[in-house]
Design a protein around this ligand. Structure first.
Ligand code: SAH
Ligand code: SF4
Length: 378
């Protein structure tokens, strides 16, 4: 059985062609799936009964299996999703005044083993399928709309997304895993996020964060240049080799050159550099000056991420004063620099906070993760 959430526009056209249907049917089906967010074929009322029956015989609409769903005091909401084989991933919804952001996972675990990252410490389990990536956005929109629906009593049949009423307005690929290490499935999912017959998000509202897989950055630039965030974390190769081991393969000079190339096609005229603040490791004024000198020719902004602890990690979070001093040094050098707000910390939904504790809780409460590494979102 084909899961329709696994198919991008081309996939849907091909699938329907195999059923003897014309390409325009793919648009109709896509709108039902991703704009009206229906979960069964019976609801697709402008398709003939015989097509609905054909679809029901050959396909499924299989969204994620939700293990838990928790909302924090500040409105941040976190879902733990079972991705089978004893694995789970998480996605986090972050409401703000003018937008709703969904932080999406792309892999169960991660092979890149960054020193300060809980997902990395768990090792790599597997790539998520396109359906498992698209399913996160599909499910979050449905779940958030279901809340609205019960509030105003309206039925869930309107084309929410088309009417600009989707709760999720922005997607960030900053959850569990390295999205560019799962290139094909992530690319298909991105095209669905952007497709006017699906979620219709603009490229600037979809951000992909990478630890620096240089060849894949170049591919993305050609295939689907969404907004880019690069996890820098160090201003020299010796330190970055330690913190982000993929740096040994693609050192800073290559990474920065690729970031510049990407900018030619990027929807925004700057790259965002993420920089995790680790006490005594990468957070001195000297580090800030070194960093500023390194990127002086690249249109960029910095987003400083106070490191979030997890059990067994050897780091400490930089004290607030040190983070502020680091920010000031970068601002004085002319770089727009923000400090990432910690959201949803009462439900362990902040960057890097989830893994260990979720794993414990999962074992205790749901017992679907026998011995394995499991869930995390940064
Ligand atoms: N694999 C991609 C995307 C996911 S990580 C990447 O590395 O960019 C999203 C961001 O969270 C990255 O910048 C990552 O370095 C950061 N991060 C990882 N663990 C963290 C932690 N414990 N505290 C704060 N940020 C963390
Ligand atoms: Fe993987 Fe990103 Fe974690 Fe590094 S920071 S181990 S690339 S998920």
């Amino acid at each position: 059985m084909t899961n329709l959430l696994d198919l991008d526009a081309t996939g849907l056209v091909n699938f329907l062609a195999d059923l003897g249907e014309k390409p325009f049917r793919a648009k109709q089906v896509s709108r039902w799936l991703h704009q009206r967010l229906v979960g069964d074929f019976g609801a697709m009322t402008d398709l003939s009964k015989s097509l609905r029956e054909k679809l029901a015989a050959a396909a499924q609409i299989r969204g994620p299996v939700v293990v838990s769903d928790t909302t924090a005091a500040d409105g941040t909401r976190k879902w733990l999703l079972d991705v089978s084989g004893g694995n789970a991933v998480e996605m986090v919804y972050i409401p703000e005044d003018d937008r709703g952001t969904l932080c999406i996972s792309s892999q169960a675990g991660c092979a890149l083993d960054c020193a300060f990252c809980s997902t990395g410490k768990q090792g790599f389990n597997r790539n998520l399928a396109t359906a498992e990536i698209v399913g996160q956005l599909w499910h979050a929109n449905r779940a958030l709309l279901a809340d609205d629906v019960s509030a105003d009593g309206a039925p869930m049949t309107a084309p929410w997304v088309e009417q600009g009423r989707a709760p999720i307005t922005n997607v960030v690929m900053m959850g569990m895993g390295e999205p560019l290490a799962n290139y094909d499935n992530v690319l298909s999912a991105l095209t669905v996020f952007l497709d006017d017959n699906a979620y219709g998000l603009s490229r600037r509202r979809v951000t992909l964060s990478t630890s620096g897989l240089v060849p894949a950055m170049d591919r993305l630039r050609d295939d689907c240049p969404v907004a880019l965030a690069v996890s820098l974390h160090a201003g020299n190769d010796a330190l970055r080799d330690r913190l982000v081991p993929i740096n040994r393969k693609y050192p800073l000079a290559q990474l920065l050159a690729a970031s510049l190339r990407y900018l030619d096609r990027a929807p925004r005229d700057f790259v965002t550099f993420e920089y995790v603040m680790l006490d005594g490791i990468n957070d001195s004024p000297l580090h800030a000056r070194e960093l500023a000198a390194l990127v002086r020719d690249i249109p960029c902004k910095f987003n400083l991420i106070p490191w979030n602890p997890f059990p067994g990690a050897e780091f400490r979070t930089s004290p607030r004063a040190r983070i502020l001093a680091f920010q000031k040094a970068l601002m004085d050098a002319g770089f727009v620099t923000t400090i990432r707000k910690t959201r949803g910390d009462d439900i362990d939904a902040a960057c890097g906070q989830l893994a260990g504790r979720v794993q414990d809780r999962t074992k205790r409460r749901v017992r679907i993760h026998p011995a394995s590494a499991s869930p995390a979102v940064h």
